[in-house]
Ligand binder design. Structure first.
Ligand code: GLN
Length: 398
């Protein structure tokens, strides 16, 4: 009955680690969406182009023979541009040669960081709901994940005692994604201070995923955890160009970490990928030099899309949670007019919506350690042109 493929593999020739995680549900939903000609509100990527300045700079780089490997840890122009940008935006002093490593997207950045610091059996704490990549990252690096719940009923806050209990003798790191995908939670300064204090007290590293650092609503501010007292030396800060400059296919991200951590991370990065695409790195360097108004315009534009999607979902019978940041909305679907069979769980619902209403979303269970915690919710993405969101509106409210 199910169209979402069954990923269980039975073949003795395969490594044990591939049994530890399934294929990406997010990308599977994109495939299903294409199969049914649905409006893809599943996978989070914009349906418009990067800024022309970035496109032109990448094309110029190709014409100027910058088509072979860059320095493994990133083209010097890009590392300098990152250093300049994090100084004015994050308030962080990063030396291009000592602290910055350019990677193939923040996806590779997280994997390279985990492989550089985690030993088999080490524990890593993750707040849930969480971005699905962290599961496979843990499986491939040998980490055991310990989960701390963000409670939607309490405004996505977490219980301090639960966090303290998650720390143990093998805790190597905490992964912190702010703004968070999929919940849209933006961690506050007091929350970050608490997490940072615990990391310092227990000797743990903090690995941050700040890919949505420019996409926040309601006047909220992004606080880079590395700027908090005592956290700079123990923070591996990850961000990238995909979301801020609408270039998810370019695969350019970066890591900022203290020199010793950076040396280790550059080692894993080098043998994973050698480097990010050279001409595209130069395109990103141009994007990083855009005026500050670019970022205010970006926020304004996403704010309009957020409001539109919330209204569409409400009109279609969903109970949607207003995000504080990032570009996703989690929504309960029990109030939607759909056959009972479609509402038995999140996967059945996502399939039905894709097939029958021709709008796709991501099943909520893929963001939870216990699938039952996500059984009644799905995630929608609103990084879409207004006409795309209007097309979804027409299909959902017909
Ligand atoms: N981060 C995006 C999402 O959550 C894209 C995921 C992916 O396919 N890499 O949808």
């Amino acid at each position: 009955m199910t169209e979402l493929r069954d990923f269980r593999l039975q073949d003795a020739r395969l490594a044990k680690r591939v049994h530890l995680f399934p294929e990406s549900v997010i990308r599977e939903m994109t495939r299903l969406s294409m199969l049914h000609g649905a409006v893809n509100l599943a996978q989070g990527f914009p349906d418009w182009n990067p800024p022309p300045e970035a496109l032109e700079a990448a094309k110029r780089a190709m014409d100027a023979d910058r088509n072979q490997y860059s320095v493994t840890w990133g083209a010097p122009e890009l590392r300098q541009a990152i250093a300049d940008k994090v100084r004015w935006f994050n308030g962080i002093e990063a030396h291009p040669d000592q602290h910055i490593t350019v990677t193939c997207g923040s996806t590779e950045a997280m994997m390279a960081a985990m492989l550089a610091v985690v030993d088999d059996g080490d524990e890593v704490i993750v707040f849930e709901p969480f971005y699905e990549n962290y599961g496979p990252d843990a499986a491939m690096s040998g980490a055991k994940l310990r989960f701390v719940r963000l409670r939607q009923e309490h405004g996505w806050t977490f219980d301090e005692e639960e966090l303290k209990r998650a720390f143990g003798p093998r805790t190597k790191a905490v992964i912190l994604n702010t703004p968070n995908n999929p919940a849209g939670k933006v961690f506050t300064r007091p929350e970050l201070l608490l997490i940072g204090d615990l990391c310092a007290e227990r000797g743990a590293l903090l690995i941050t995923d700040e890919i949505y650092e420019h996409i926040l609503y309601g006047g909220r501010e992004h606080v880079a955890p590395a700027t908090l007292p005592g956290l700079r030396e123990r923070t591996i800060m990850i961000s990238g160009a995909s979301k801020t400059y609408s270039m998810t296919g370019w695969r350019v991200g970066w890591i900022i970490a203290d020199p010793t951590l950076s040396i280790a991370i550059r080692r894993t990065h080098d043998f994973l990928t050698v480097g990010a695409p050279h001409p595209l790195q130069l395109g990103v360097a141009a994007a990083l030099k855009l005026p500050r108004s670019y970022y205010t315009d970006l926020q304004k534009s996403y704010d309009g899309k957020r409001k539109l999607l919330l209204q569409v979902l409400k009109d279609a019978g969903f109970d949607a949670v207003d995000p504080e940041g990032a570009y996703y909305v989690m929504a309960r679907f029990d109030g939607v007019d759909a056959p009972a069979a479609a509402k038995v769980d999140d996967r059945a619902f996502s399939e039905w919506l894709t097939r029958e209403r021709k709008v796709s979303c991501v099943p909520g269970s893929s963001f939870h350690s216990k699938p039952e915690d996500g059984r009644s919710v799905v995630r929608f993405n609103f990084a879409k042109r207004e006409e795309t969101l209007r097309a979804a509106q027409a299909r959902l409210t017909a």
